[in-house]
Design a binder for this molecule. Structure first.
Ligand SMILES: C[S@@+](CC[C@H](N)C(=O)[O-])C[C@H]1O[C@@H](n2cnc3c(N)ncnc32)[C@H](O)[C@@H]1O
Length: 201
């Protein structure tokens, strides 16, 4: 599997802090509650640095497709009870999670890929299970539109990013039978943290 983040991994976290300050970290941690009671599935967690302060409360699985990012996460989250996997996540019969974290990962995927991942996740969460989504939504002003376009161009060149636009998460989640139950906006709503619950079985 080609590692599209090998170049960026050493400074990815510092770069996001330089551009966005703590806002992305706050979006990723806003709904992190009662962690020690949950088995968590983290997909595309990157270097894991923003979870480091509460790693002792994390148990479950961490899936990444970038070897460079995963190696960093293993070090940054060495005191957690997570197991680390270099692959595309696939559901495994009998293995169920309370919560799935999708933080700034769906915006790198095509719509079809997102739907197929939501299908795997549906099979892997408990009936009352939730998805914790944090990601970029439509930019809210001209400055954000400019930054958004620049970021997409940068990621298309550096990481082989497949999209030219931001996914319509609401539509994709609703079509796949998920219902939104909480939301918090950051950067005037350009970034949102949302909790989605599973509808049906
Ligand atoms: C934009 S980075 C964000 C990393 C991290 N979530 C953060 O907020 O700092 C996207 C990450 O998702 C990973 N990724 C992309 N598609 C993935 C997939 N299908 N399964 C697991 N990881 C994936 C990439 O390797 C990369 O590390």
């Amino acid at each position: 599997m080609k590692d599209h983040y090998s170049f960026l991994a050493p400074f990815y976290n510092r770069l996001t802090k330089l551009v966005f300050g703590d806002q992305l970290m706050l979006a990723k941690t806003n709904f992190a509650e009662n962690l020690s009671r949950k088995r968590i599935l983290i997909i595309g967690g990157g270097d894991g640095l923003d979870y480091q302060n509460f790693q002792a409360q994390l148990s479950g699985e961490y899936w990444e497709i970038s070897q460079a990012m995963l190696s960093k996460a293993k070090i940054n989250l060495a005191e957690s009870d997570l197991t680390f996997h270099l692959d595309f996540f696939q559901a495994e019969k009998g293995k169920l999670f309370d919560e799935v974290w999708l933080h700034f990962v769906l915006d790198t995927m095509k719509d079809k890929e997102i739907s197929s991942l939501l299908g795997e996740i549906r099979k892997s969460v408990k009936p009352e299970g939730t998805i914790y989504l944090a990601d970029f939504f439509a930019p809210k002003n001209l400055y954000q539109q400019f930054l958004n376009r620049s970021m997409i161009t940068f990621f298309r060149i550096v990481t082989n990013h497949k999209r030219a636009s931001i996914p319509d998460y609401e539509r994709i989640f609703l079509v796949n039978n998920w219902k939104r139950n909480s939301e918090k906006e950051f950067l005037k709503g350009w970034v949102k943290a949302q909790v989605w619950e599973k509808l049906g079985s």
